[in-house]
Each structure stands twice: as structure tokens, then as C-alpha cells.
Design a protein around this ligand. Structure first.
Ligand code: GLY
Length: 389
């Protein structure tokens, strides 16, 4: 077994040895990018470098970035808890080249880290490239232990990566891993379709800017932007194919079982998973300065908190509970991200206040609803106005 902290460290060390500079994760609340409500990828903090508006003092970088995908182009909210591998908040491991190395090195190093350092079974790996990207395709064919049948081409939806409606972007090449029991049942048609094939690492070859009129312009230089979910690689390296079984989530799930008295077989564990996921999104965004409110970013937080409380309700939890999970989150994440330890009291107070006000709103709403139902029985009609209210 290798825990997530070791895996994070091994990734970073691998690229430090290749002359990359370690750059700390930026905040999940972007301070200077009006196109984003939340940081949705490791490359966000490097956007101005790609656009040639800022000159970096280094040409290679590595990091692990706190990401939130609940709004805009990248939104995984509906998948959370229904499957075992999408999250509103996750950590993205990444390496970057700013006008330095390009496709050949990023492909070679990704494969080396996977198959030599982590010894991932090559018979379970699949590779995809953008439909017209012969250059990337050819570099993959030069990898000695990768069968050409495992190199697939896909179109814009799968293999052209963009951070949002505008911004730096380009064709990408992904590595997928087959988690199924029977390796002889693998089929190229499953890649990008079946949950048995997990996308692990995305190598983006940034060479364009998507302008606000939808057109693509060439950037002055070509760059590399890669992204690998720490939760996914931890799950695969430990053969724990539900992320919620890994050290990243397990203690939080256990605490939810304790608090609710409902074990993980209850309702297929969906409520436990949603709550654990949403706790991370809320804690990190509150630690980075976001506040639940009635519009914009704050409203996303409010909706996510309310969603977690409703799933708590499904587990029969009637009192404020989200704050009871914070210590477990800090035990898991406090070292790499000390901000959640430093802001612990603020996170607890914010969660309690917001949960309290939602419960009061719900109680008032339910009383009002009962009155409306009574009234509608008299009138034989439940009015449109009442439904809206
Ligand atoms: N920027 C690469 C990714 O998010 O997959």
C-alpha cells in the first residue's frame, strides 16, 4: 500500500529531478481571473505565462493544485456519489513546460513514471491522442512496451482541452487504465465510454488561445500542461477502485457512519460519499476566503452545503453535523495544505451558521407548505404561485 502523501511526493520528486521548480497550489478562489468562479485546473495560475503577459523566472514547474469543478465548463457535481471517482474538489498533480520541452518529453516521462517508477501494468493502459495529432501519435508509437493497438484517436470532446469559454488550450493526449477483473475483456470501444476505463493523466499541448469570439489564435510559444487527479492515481496504485476506500476519504466516511449510525451499505453509501466530497469542497473554499451567500461563488457554496445537509437528512441526521468532520479532514490534508488547519475555527463557524440557517429555512418552509396543502385541499387547487413560493 502507498498512501496519498507518498504518491504526491513521488510525483513531485520525479519532476524535481528533471529540473522542474515546485510551485505551491494557488487558492481555489481565483483573485484575478473573472472567467472563473473557482480554480478548475493546475494551469489556471500559469495562464498569463501561456498568454505571454508574464515572463516566468523558470521554464519548468511541478505542483499539486487544489481544484473545484462545480461550475462553468468543468462541472462534476451530478456524478459525485453516484460513481466512485468524480469529485467537486480534488487535487491535480501536474507538470508544466513554458516554451521548453513539448510532446516528446512529456509523453516519455509520463510513461516512465507510470511503468518504471509506479510499475503500473502496461497490459491495462490505453493512450489517446487528438484525431489530427500525428506528432503525439508517433511519439507514442516509439514507446517500446506500448502496443500500437492501444493508441487511440478521439475528437474535440475527449482530446482537445480548454479551461473555459476562453483561454489557453490545445490538443491533449490521455492515459487511461482498465480497472476490470478480466484483462482479456478489454476493448478499445470502452475507452472514454465505460467506467471500467479510468482516465488518469491528461497531457495538454497548449498552443492556442480561445478568444471571446470563439476563434483560436496561435500562442507565441508552445507549452505543456498536464493534469492527474491524485485521488484517481491513489485509487489505482492501491487497487481500491472506489476513491472513498482510499486514505483520502476513508476516515471521513467512517466518521459519517459514527455520526449517523448508518453503515456504508445504507442507501448504497451515496449519502456518505456526497457528504465527504462536499465537506472537502466547502472547507477548502471557505479556508481560501469564499463565503456562502445569495449570488455568484457564494451561492455555489450555499447550494453545495444545502445538498450535503439534505443527504445528511437521508441518513437521519437532524442536528448540525458538517463541522464534526473537520478534524478528520485536517488529519488527512492539513500537512500539505496548512490553511485548513489555520482556518479551522473559521470553517467550523461558517459551516455551523450556514447549516443552522438552512435548517430554520427548511422548518419554516415545511410549516408554510403544510398550510398551503390544507388551503389547497379546501380549494381543490394547489396554485402556481404557491408552488413557486
Ligand atoms: N489542464 C489539464 C487538465 O485539467 O486535465
Amino acid at each position: 500500500m502507498m498512501n496519498s502523501s507518498e504518491i504526491r511526493k513521488q510525483f513531485i520528486d520525479y519532476f524535481l529531478e528533471k529540473d522542474h521548480k515546485f510551485v505551491r497550489s494557488s487558492s481555489v478562489v481565483p483573485t484575478d481571473d473573472p472567467t472563473l468562479l473557482f480554480t478548475n485546473a493546475g494551469m489556471n495560475q500559469f495562464k498569463d505565462i501561456f498568454l505571454d503577459k508574464k515572463k516566468p523566472t523558470y521554464s519548468r514547474a511541478v505542483n499539486s493544485q487544489k481544484c473545484i469543478r462545480v461550475s462553468g465548463k468543468h462541472n462534476d457535481l451530478e456524478e459525485v456519489g453516484v460513481d466512485n471517482f468524480h469529485h467537486t474538489f480534488f487535487e491535480m498533480l501536474g507538470n508544466w513546460s513554458f516554451g521548453d520541452y513539448y510532446k516528446e518529453e512529456s509523453i516519455k516521462w509520463a510513461w516512465e513514471l507510470f511503468t518504471k517508477v509506479w510499475k503500473i501494468d502496461v497490459n491495462r493502459l490505453w493512450v489517446s491522442v487528438y484525431k489530427d495529432d500525428d506528432e503525439a501519435y508517433n511519439f507514442w508509437t516509439k514507446i517500446p512496451n506500448l502496443d500500437n493497438d492501444r493508441i487511440l484517436r478521439f475528437g474535440n470532446k475527449e482530446n482537445f482541452w480548454e479551461m473555459g469559454e476562453t483561454g489557453p488550450c490545445g490538443p491533449c493526449s490521455e492515459i487511461h487504465y482498465f480497472i476490470g477483473k478480466d484483462i482479456s475483456s478489454q476493448n478499445p470501444n470502452g475507452v472514454n465510454l465505460s467506467d471500467e476505463y479510468r482516465e488518469l493523466w491528461n497531457l495538454v499541448f497548449i498552443q492556442y488561445n480561445r478568444e471571446s469570439d470563439g476563434s483560436l489564435t496561435d500562442l507565441p510559444m508552445k507549452h505543456v500542461d498536464t493534469g492527474m487527479g491524485l485521488e484517481r492515481i491513489t485509487s489505482v496504485l492501491n487497487k481500491q477502485y472506489s476513491h472513498y476506500e482510499t486514505d483520502i476519504f476513508k476516515p471521513i466516511i467512517d466518521k459519517i457512519v459514527d455520526v449517523s449510525g448508518k453503515d456504508t451499505s445504507y442507501k448504497n453509501c451515496v449519502p456518505h460519499k456526497v457528504i465527504a466530497d462536499h465537506l472537502r469542497m466547502l472547507s477548502f473554499s471557505i479556508a481560501d476566503g469564499a463565503v456562502p451567500s445569495n449570488d455568484g461563488r457564494g451561492y455555489v457554496l450555499r447550494r453545495v452545503l444545502r445538498r450535503a445537509v439534505r443527504y445528511g437528512d437521508l441518513l437521519g441526521i437532524k442536528d448540525n453535523f458538517m463541522h464534526l468532520l473537520i478534524d478528520d479532514l485536517i488529519d488527512i490534508m492539513g500537512k500539505p495544505y496548512p490553511e485548513i488547519f489555520d482556518k479551522k475555527n473559521h470553517i467550523i463557524e461558517t459551516l455551523k451558521r450556514e447549516e443552522d440557517s438552512f435548517r430554520k429555512t427548511l422548518d419554516k418552509g415545511l410549516i408554510k407548505f403544510e398550510e398551503m396543502v390544507k388551503d389547497s385541499k379546501n380549494k381543490q387547487v394547489f396554485s402556481g404561485d404557491d408552488s413557486f413560493r
